[in-house]
Design a protein around this ligand. Structure first.
Ligand SMILES: Nc1ncnc2c1ncn2[C@@H]1O[C@H](COP(=O)(O)OP(=O)(O)OP(=O)(O)O)[C@@H](O)[C@H]1O
Length: 254
């Protein structure tokens, strides 16, 4: 049996007493690439942050690699790319330095980087197509390239699970393609991915399953739904996971 990497069981999360996730259950198993979809404010980032133990559940449970997230200590097994961090703004660090920071959880701050660290950084830069920019200050990169730098930083830690919050939002097409290729390599190596997305674009072929969050519940868990405008396609399988009040346009009803 494929081991469970993430489980959420009847997860409830609220801010200031206002419920955001009302009753969410899901399981992600090793080697899956799962997209979390849903309208703005539906709770996608909150779900990701609850999975990482960054926001507390008011009820329910989360496990990572079979351990309750509260007691999870093996953070080197997880790579996290938060939403719109902005690696570059005002930071004089080079691309290679930012990516090398992704090794810290593995080697600790006191030990100087060794050959394995240097190789992991080089491999992560290659995976996202930024090898030729390694020595450039991050601030000189485009927004998409900065986002790729953050993804490389997560990859450099050689995690088993990658969690990414809107990794391709506002990212140029070339960076989206590079990211899709990096994800494919990561999963070929046995990695598991959970990512939040608004539009899948070039990521679409890499995604194996979609979870649609709607009004604090999982409205759909299964095949990747087609976005609006694809209903006439001959292979359209009529997956309509959205609720009746969901605004049209993202994963719209026909
Ligand atoms: N730290 C917080 N404190 C209070 N309310 C919050 C906090 N974080 C998020 N919220 C609220 O919770 C709801 C869900 O937010 P969340 O960021 O999880 O949604 P999302 O689906 O990721 O949205 P988007 O697609 O716009 O990024 C929103 O109404 C948001 O305003």
């Amino acid at each position: 049996m494929t081991p469970d990497v993430i489980t959420v069981t009847h997860g409830v999360v609220g801010y200031d007493g206002r419920p955001v996730l009302r009753d969410v259950s899901l399981t992600v198993t090793a080697g899956e690439v799962v997209a979390v979809l849903g309208a703005n404010g539906s709770g996608k980032s909150t779900l990701i942050r609850a999975i990482l133990g960054l926001v507390p559940l008011s009820s329910g449970t989360v496990t990572l690699f079979g351990r309750p997230v509260r007691r999870f200590r093996q953070w080197h097994r997880v790579g996290y790319v938060p939403q719109r961090l902005g690696a570059g703004s005002g930071v004089p660090a080079t691309v290679a330095e930012v990516v090398a920071a992704g090794r810290l959880a593995r080697r600790g701050v006191l030990r100087p980087p060794g050959r394995a660290d240097r190789e992991a950084v080089a491999e992560a830069l290659r995976a996202v197509g930024l090898t030729d920019r390694a020595k450039d200050p991050v601030s000189t990169l485009s927004g998409g390239q900065q986002q790729r730098t953050l993804i490389a930083r997560a990859l450099a830690g050689q995690p088993e699970l990658l969690i990414l919050d809107e990794p391709t939002a506002g990212v140029d097409a070339a960076s989206q393609e590079a990211f899709a290729a990096a994800l494919r390599d990561f999963t070929v190596g046995g990695g598991t991915v959970l990512l939040v997305a608004h539009e899948l674009g070039p990521l679409r072929p890499v995604i194996g399953r979609a979870i649609v969050v709607h009004q604090g519940f999982v409205a759909h868990d299964g095949a990747v739904p087609e976005p609006a405008g694809h209903h006439a396609a001959p292979d359209h399988d009529h997956v309509h996971p959205h609720g009746p009040e969901e605004p049209a346009g993202l994963w719209s009803a026909s």
